[in-house]
Design a protein around this ligand. Structure first.
Ligand code: SF4
Length: 328
């Protein structure tokens, strides 16, 4: 779509929304049901390190209805009980292996967990969150086999496209590892969703917009964007408490403007699944602003309408950013 197109694409939203694309493809909403299979990650179990990524506290990602002592079937039943009340017309539920690295472990154990979830009569597929350096060939081959019969979404934690930022948060891999993992998965026909945090230390606006360009060059189907939030108990929160200048946090309006800039630079092919995060209040330390998840899409759309731009407006144009005088 050219920057000079008369009609903005993607309807009223002005961006390629994963929810809408998924509904059209599967004939209705696809809802994730979180499960915790008890995996760990190489950045915590000693293989790469023990401290983990400095922003990470997995309690921040775990729904309150979930009890890790239950079997996967019991967790799915509990999740369905909660989600069916909230989304009564949902047609497809997929089990979401979210916390930690859910492709890290003995292959037979991984397979048993995935198959237990898929054997639940109301589960149509899996969403599997993991790190890019935890995707050995046999696991990818097996997921590709499952994808022939089920909805399979592979969610890869890229977190940043900037190696200095990845090193600063002790991520334990570089961006090349993400590029390689995404390409190996996509070669097998697997659908990849990338997970990215905007506002990590060492990032600035130019590096994050460059990240939109670099991700757009990869075979990524979906993208989850999150603002950096400081979660209690994390190393990053400790660094900020010791010296607030060590970690600069984005303001609310600044984040909305950055999202709009990022979306303008992003390939129109990539479906946006999430525009931010919402850490439970008792765990969140900063920033002070608290936009609910459902409040983000209309704010971003309003900003794109104000600029008269849309997803991909600057994709491949070489136009750098919103301050170059192109739009009001
Ligand atoms: S973010 Fe993921 S990889 Fe990093 S410490 Fe947490 S669970 Fe491990």
């Amino acid at each position: 779509m050219s920057p000079h197109s008369a009609t903005p694409p993607f309807g009223d939203r002005r961006y390629n929304a994963w929810n809408e694309a998924t509904k059209a493809r599967h004939g209705g909403r696809v809802q994730k049901v979180s499960v915790a299979a008890g995996f760990t990650c190489p950045n915590r179990d000693g293989l790469l390190g023990t401290g983990g990524c400095t922003f990470c506290n997995n309690a921040g990602f775990t729904p309150s209805y979930l009890d890790r002592r239950w079997s996967i079937h019991q967790q799915i039943d509990a999740g369905l009980g909660f989600l069916r009340r909230r989304y009564p017309r949902t047609r497809h539920f997929i089990a979401y292996f979210q916390s930690y690295s859910n492709t890290y472990g003995e292959f037979e154990r991984l397979r048993a967990c995935y198959e237990e979830a898929l054997s639940h009569p109301e589960i149509s597929g899996l969403a599997i969150g993991t790190r890019p350096d935890c995707l050995p060939e046999p696991v990818l081959d097996y997921l590709a086999e499952l994808a022939e019969k089920h909805i399979i979404e592979l969610e890869i934690g890229v977190e940043s496209c900037n190696d200095a930022a990845l090193a600063r948060v002790n991520r334990g891999h570089d961006f090349a590892a993400s590029e390689e993992a995404i390409c190996r998965a996509a070669t097998r026909g697997l659908e990849v969703t990338a997970h990215l945090i905007l506002g990590l230390p060492e990032e600035d606006r130019a590096s994050m917009l460059d990240g939109a360009r670099r991700l757009s060059a990869l075979p990524v189907r979906g993208l989850k964007l999150h603002q950096l939030e400081l979660v209690r108990g994390t190393e990053l929160a400790r660094q900020w408490q010791q010296d607030p200048n060590a970690v600069r946090l984005l303001g609310e309006d600044e984040y909305i403007a950055l999202l709009a800039d990022f979306i303008e630079h992003l390939s129109p092919e990539i479906q946006l699944q999430r525009l931010g995060s919402e850490v439970p209040p008792k765990l969140k330390l900063a920033p002070q602003w608290n936009l609910r998840l459902h409040e983000l899409p209309p704010r971003v759309t309003a900003e794109l309408v104000r600029r008269n731009t849309w997803q991909g407006y600057r994709f491949g144009t070489g136009l750098l950013n919103a301050s170059d005088g192109i739009h009001p």
